[in-house]
Design a protein around this ligand. Sequence first.
Ligand SMILES: Cc1ncc(COP(=O)(O)O)c(C=O)c1O
Length: 370
Amino acid sequence: MELLARANELASLGHDVIHLEVGEPDFDTPAPIRAAGVRAISEGKTRYTDARGTPELRQAISGFYKFSLGVEVKAERIFVTAGSSGGLLMLSALLLDPGENLLMPDPGYPCNRHFLSSFNAEGLLVPVDADQNYQLTPSLVEEYWTRTTRGILVASPANPTGSILSQKAIRELGEVVRKKDGIMIVDEIYQGLVYENHTSGSALAQVPEAIIINSFSKYFGMTGWRLGWVVVPEEIATDLEKLAQNLFICPSAIAQEAALSAFDPESIATMEAQKAELAVRRNYLVPALKELGFEIPLMPAGAFYVYAGLPDKVQDSELFCHRLLESHFVAVTPGTDFGFHNADRSIRISYARDLSQLKEAVCRIRKMLG
Ligand SMILES: Cc1ncc(COP(=O)(O)O)c(C=O)c1O
């Protein structure tokens, strides 16, 4: 965020800043969704809704699981939330007591552990490398599980590495967590953004009791609408509803009306075309960075980030990011934003920018590296 503020400041001073620090798609929300939002306002659909989300949207999400992902999820288990952030906030409040922890991979999306610490619980970080596909494995779960561990929180595809858990890996993680009577939370916010022949199913196909957080932010291009959802086991649905009523009253009515159009064939076609464009960018960026000496041991399978080890002659990721921004006007994110493990040797580059900007950024990075 500091870096983003400085990048914006430099841009306002007239510098041609290339923003590769961003965590949101550069595409607009698909037209049918925007039109539905406008319609909702003009038709006055602007009042409080059910705390769990409108029945129509929960039914539409249930249909999405059935027809696109091949799993049956009753609408009663689906809660629409203020982004997936709102969902994880509620789950942290509901599921964890002070002093308890969830195992999480390091590197990982930092806010997820911050939600836990807001309730005096903790994200217990497990260092992971390319050898483990940057994900928790059953043996890591066994090794790091403590007396106060309540479960695990994984993301697939993950931020910042873009790695995905195969269905087999999900199943095996589910088995070890089940054995320990723990909870498994899977952040599937980048679920639709998976490239090539990787499959983008839901963990629910393998671990029916898993708690899922998802969002309209990324694949659906609706970051600023602040809308996401969680899927929970029926046993906790009533308590979650009480929390939702107290904390938020309900998610945005207008955003919910708009999101009803997110599953229209026209919207899906737009989002699939955008995904294809992201794949083209990824396929350009990864080899180009490798040629400059960055280490990228695994091709990111999803999301829109490349997590890269710095070339040997560069020592410190924050210093590198700072210099790249100040002298060449390219903003990228230091690894230290995502954890501690090898963090000062790594950066995250987002390819949510068009190809011409990525090419220009690579030129500038080449210049900086001399
Ligand atoms: C892995 C991951 N989870 C959750 C979020 C939160 O997103 P939102 O609240 O917009 O759904 C993000 C945002 O970047 C993310 O990268």
